[in-house]
Design a protein around this ligand. Structure first.
Ligand SMILES: CC(C)(COP(=O)(O)OP(=O)(O)OC[C@H]1O[C@@H](n2cnc3c(N)ncnc32)[C@H](O)[C@@H]1OP(=O)(O)O)[C@@H](O)C(=O)NCCC(=O)NCCS
Length: 208
């Protein structure tokens, strides 16, 4: 994989106006019939640009579509995503690909834990998975949301079989040199007859 390019925000950025990051993915060039012919130049490798920015009111339907395409995430109503954007957009991040959202992390500060960012859902569009986008979005939240608010903990829940998510968050903790404890937040029985695995709480921190 090619390294990713990122333009970090300048130092001293105000919490209320986070500077966007730009992540550029060097996509693998798709093979085309003409590209293999002698003397015919292959098409230029496409690249996908994603701007990391807070979630906005206008993103509700696009976020709903991204989550719908990202099993095993629970799909909530468009209205739930609109509310999330409206009330907690500043503590969420999306990867804006221009025509569509390529990724998103929804997160908020639990009222009873003012020193914590709770990460709810993480989704990356299938075509750009494995390229480091989810990790970049978590780093964005650390730098642009947690640090300005002096948040020392990041919590999330993961179902036992979600290896990708487990790896994403444990790698994030290692990269930031913080601890990670795991307990069960919601047992399967608490979901009633809807059928759901345990949701294990990953408690990462403390950040200085
Ligand atoms: C989970 C998900 C968000 C990861 O996004 P991504 O952009 O592909 O992840 P990244 O490329 O940033 O990878 C981050 C880490 O996770 C690991 N990882 C990513 N996908 C993985 C997979 N399928 N299996 C194992 N590890 C995986 C990467 O190797 C990397 O670890 P490293 O830093 O130790 O090398 C994405 O696969 C997705 O949207 N899945 C469907 C929805 C979902 O399960 N969401 C998470 C529930 S909260």
């Amino acid at each position: 994989m090619h390294p990713h390019h990122r333009s970090p925000a300048p130092a001293g950025t105000a919490p209320s106006a986070p500077q966007p990051y730009t992540v550029i993915f060097d996509a693998v060039a798709a093979s085309s019939p003409g590209g293999d012919a002698p003397g015919v130049a292959p098409p230029a490798a496409p690249s996908t640009h994603a701007l990391l920015r807070p979630l906005r009111d206008g993103d509700g339907a696009a976020l709903h579509a991204l989550v719908a395409a990202s099993p095993p995430l629970d799909l909530n109503s468009v209205y739930a995503y609109l509310l999330l954007a409206h009330h907690h957009g500043a503590t969420c991040v999306v990867a804006d690909g221009g025509d569509a959202l390529l990724g998103a992390i929804t997160a908020y500060q639990p009222p009873q834990q003012p020193d914590t960012l709770f990460v709810w859902q993480v989704a990356v569009a299938a075509g750009v998975r494995g390229e480091g986008l989810a990790a970049r979005m978590l780093d964005y939240l650390r730098l642009q949301v947690m640090a300005p608010r002096a948040l020392r903990w990041l919590d999330t829940t993961i179902t036992p079989g979600n290896t990708a998510s487990h790896r994403l968050f444990t790698s994030f903790g290692l990269r930031h040199d913080v601890g990670c404890s795991m307990t069960t937040l919601f047992g399967a029985a608490q979901f009633g007859e809807h059928g759901h695995d345990d949701e294990r709480l990953y408690h990462l921190g403390p950040w200085a």
